[in-house]
Write a protein that binds this ligand. Structure first.
Ligand code: ATP
Ligand code: MG
Length: 239
C-alpha cells in the first residue's frame, strides 16, 4: 500500500506539558486505523494536528505522494463533540450540506450538484427519510449517521471519526462499524474509539496513544483488554 501521510517526530503541547511526545507513524492509502488509549491520552489532539487545526510544536507531517494526498486534500471529520446545539432548529439535510463548507473553502456556496451528492450519500447511509427532521429530534445513532454523511461530502480521501459510537447501543455501534467498513473500500479511515470490543474485525492497524505511541510488543501484558485487541489484529493481518 502507498504511504500518503508520515508523522515524523511530532511533539505537541497546549501550554506547559507535552500532550504528545515523539509521535512517529505513517498512514497508507486504504488503511483503517484505530486510535485507542485512555482519556486524555492525546487522540483527539493528534486528529486535530492531522486536520491542520493545530500545529505541532515540533516535528513534521510529510506527504510522500502528493498525487495521492497533499496538505490541501480534503479530510472528512466527525468531531468528538459534534459542536451542533441539539436545540438549534436545523434540519438533518442542512447539517449534511455543511460538510461542503470547510475552513479551507471560505465563502464557498453550495451548488445544485452538492445537494445531489449529499442526497446520494444520505440514501446510501439509509437516512434519506430523515432529511427534513430537526437535528435535535434524532436518536443518537441517527445523528451519528448524519455526521458521517456530512464528513463524506466532497469525497474526501481521508476520513477521521472521533468517537462516532460513544453513547450508542451495542447493536447500532456494530451497524456503524459495518458502515465504516463499506466506506473504507473507497476511503482511508482513522477511527478514534473506546469501544474496542467489536473493532478488531474491521481495522487493519492500531495505535495505542498515551501521550506517546505505546509499543504493544513490550507492553501487551500490561494493557489488559487493549493487549488482546492488538493481538487479534496482528493475528488477522498475518492470517
Ligand atoms: N484546548 C486545550 N487546551 C489545553 N489543554 C487541552 C486542550 N484540549 C485538550 N487538552 C488536554 O490535552 C490532553 C489530551 O487531550 P485529548 O482530548 O487529545 O485526549 P483524548 O485522548 O482525545 O481523550 P478522550 O479519550 O477523553 O477523548 C488532555 O490532558 C487534555 O486535558
Ligand atoms: Mg478525544
Amino acid at each position: 500500500m502507498s504511504e500518503i501521510i508520515i508523522c515524523k517526530d511530532i511533539n505537541f503541547k497546549y501550554n506547559v506539558n507535552f500532550v504528545l511526545k515523539n509521535i512517529n507513524f505513517s498512514i497508507s492509502q486504504g488503511d483503517f486505523i484505530a486510535f485507542i488509549g485512555p482519556n486524555g491520552g492525546g487522540k483527539s489532539t493528534l486528529a486535530k494536528i492531522l486536520l491542520g487545526l493545530l500545529k505541532p510544536t515540533s516535528g513534521s507531517i510529510i506527504y510522500p505522494n502528493v498525487t495521492l494526498f497533499s496538505k490541501n486534500s480534503l479530510i472528512g471529520y466527525t468531531p468528538q463533540d459534534t459542536g451542533i446545539n441539539k436545540d438549534f432548529p436545523i434540519q438533518a439535510f442542512d447539517v449534511v450540506l455543511m460538510g461542503f463548507l470547510q475552513k479551507s473553502r471560505f465563502g464557498y456556496k453550495i451548488t445544485k450538484n452538492d445537494r445531489l451528492e449529499a442526497l446520494d450519500i444520505m440514501q446510501k447511509l439509509e437516512i434519506e427519510n430523515l432529511k427534513y427532521r430537526a437535528i435535535g429530534s434524532l436518536s443518537g445513532g441517527q445523528r451519528q449517521r448524519v455526521m458521517i454523511a456530512r464528513a463524506l461530502c466532497g469525497k474526501p480521501k481521508l476520513l477521521i471519526f472521533d468517537e462516532p459510537t460513544s453513547n450508542i447501543d451495542m447493536l447500532t455501534q456494530k451497524e456503524i462499524y459495518k458502515l465504516l467498513k463499506q466506506i473504507n473500500i473507497n476511503h482511508t479511515i482513522i477511527l478514534i474509539s473506546h469501544d474496542i470490543s467489536n473493532l478488531s474485525e474491521y481495522v487493519n492497524k492500531v495505535l495505542f496513544i498515551n501521550n506517546e505511541i505505546v509499543d504493544f510488543d513490550s507492553f501487551k501484558n500490561k494493557l489488559g483488554i487493549y493487549g488482546r485487541f492488538y493481538e487479534e489484529i496482528n493475528r488477522k493481518n498475518k492470517g
